[in-house]
Design a protein. Structure first.
Length: 134
């Protein structure tokens, strides 16, 4: 299994499919078609490594000593991400591999089974490719 943290562009479910599950994604200029969603889950992020936490403890950047220094903010969406493990291939006839795609969990969503994220109109929505098993 190889690990990545690459940005990918994802198009969510087509007509008749789950609207919040990935249907296609573009990675390194290649279009991958999702053949099946094998699993989905949520992962907690390492919130203690966020710059906002360091700033609270006095370990972050001081902003040059000015009174108007901007402090980093830890948002609810920074705490969790939703991961989809999918089978996908380049085009319809390419070899099938297993890919883990992730996106931030928007604030106010309760559970994975409730249709966790609302996809943006362009489908990008901050998706990342995390792992590849091919």
């Amino acid at each position: 299994m190889r690990r990545f943290f690459d940005e990918v562009h994802v198009r969510s479910g087509a007509v008749g499919e789950a609207p919040d599950e990935p249907a296609q994604f573009v990675w390194h200029g290649r279009l991958y078609l999702v053949r099946a969603v094998l699993s989905r889950w949520r992962e907690r992020s390492a919130w203690w490594e966020h710059p906002a936490v360091a700033a609270v403890h006095g370990d972050g950047p001081t902003g040059g000593g000015t009174a108007t220094a901007v402090r980093p903010v830890l948002e609810i969406g920074d705490l969790e991400r939703e991961v989809f493990r999918v089978e996908a291939s380049v085009g319809r006839s390419g070899a099938v591999g297993v890919y883990d795609l992730a996106r931030r969990v928007p604030p106010g969503t309760a559970a994975v089974s409730e249709g966790a994220a609302t996809p943006s109109p362009d489908g990008s929505d901050g998706w990342q490719l995390l792992r590849v098993s091919d």
